[in-house]
Design a protein around this ligand. Sequence first.
Ligand code: HAM
Length: 444
Amino acid sequence: MEFETLPGFREFYPEACSRRNHIFNLWRKTARAFNFLEYDAPVLEPLELYIEKSGEEIVGQLFNFEDRGGRAVALRPEMTPSLARLIGAKANSLKRPVKWFNIGEHYRYERPQKGRLRAFYQFNVDIFGESGVGADAELVALLVQALQSFGLNEADFKVRLSDRDLWWLMLAAEGLDEAGSAAVLAVIDKLERMEREKAVEKLAENLGDDAEAFLQRIETVTQIRDFEGLKQFILDLPLEGDLLDRAQARLSDWSELLALLESAGAGAYVQIDLGIVRGLAYYTGFVFEAFEATGEGRALAGGGRYDALVKKLGGPEMPAVGFAMGDVTLADLLDSKGLTAGYAQRPDFIAIIGGPEERRAAMADASVLRSMGYQVEYPLKNQGFGKQFKEANQKGARFALVYGEAELASGQVKVRDMASGEERDLPREHIASMAADILASGLS
Ligand code: HAM
């Protein structure tokens, strides 16, 4: 073919489209179960919206260009900055907490590889206007339920839970200032994918000779998996005064969050893992990522608190927490577990037409049934009965409506149950009113 798709962009033939829509349907169903409202925002945004707000990593992956009006623009790599702007602009009139979701395509110029494309869909779910851990718990519970709705269970995926507030406290205890802490967190974010030597080198930029010992302390922290261990570790830090008070308050937030998640039935899925710090620039408190339970593969979803972003974009103070789940890694996981939904579109009725004379009667009935919402296949050209029945089988039609010369002469149509082969002649004028019964209970 002369014109190929761009690398990392997908075409969706009907079968792939139906698999994609199955994912969208379950995302939407879960969001509605938690009473979130759906919103949308532009696909093309001012480039500036992402500079600084999203952080270096995403800015390096932007699809950006100058439009014909000389504006610097970018295809959206994520939804969060647009959403924060929407919320900021209407903050005073929105009833809090604001609970919104979106399903939409996003674009990042990454190297296409397993689990990573250049155009992918995300399910974004966010809460604004609530700073308590109730909102964090609601979102982690929603994330777990969304993945469960596909038939996945605790043997298939885990949510790794971490906390940038605790990291700030730990780094303050190490004597790092804000800029130093931010630089060190960026290294911690990449630790799993970085050579150890390289990590020490990077850390030395802020920690000098202490980098090696520091990395060892970090490795201890990131191996903690239970709350008791975490609590002990934090309370053993050389914290005093305000820092100690903050650490104690934070541990009590942790304890409340974990208790809520346990009650929501999400306890078995949640794993404490301070190795997660999130690459995006705007996160402030609890952060989390969902992964395949084996730990292999790229993240299924990621998110956390970002209490400062709405204000940074010109809005008022507005606490916020949310996450996004991608369709690419999710579809891969569903495939590997045999949970991919089959291609299941089949007509309720198919018209089988004797000849040109019968075509109009069939069209009239099909049109009434279609306007009632039934799925009706109507042949576009004349063919023999045998060929038409063969096609009816191939299309998986449930009932055939046979328009032959004899039936029509007496105002009837022959209805055939394609599964059992059973047939009945029915008055054409009753087909519309009988359609629901026929589909529910067959012809007997
Ligand atoms: P993120 O971690 O950059 O977070 O992306 C969330 C999810 O989107 C990832 O876990 C992954 O499933 C999917 N994803 C990201 N990039 C790609 C890609 N190139 N190809 C395929 N899938 C991808 C955010 O985007 C935040 N804005 C989430 C958020 C919402 N935080 C608060 N609210």
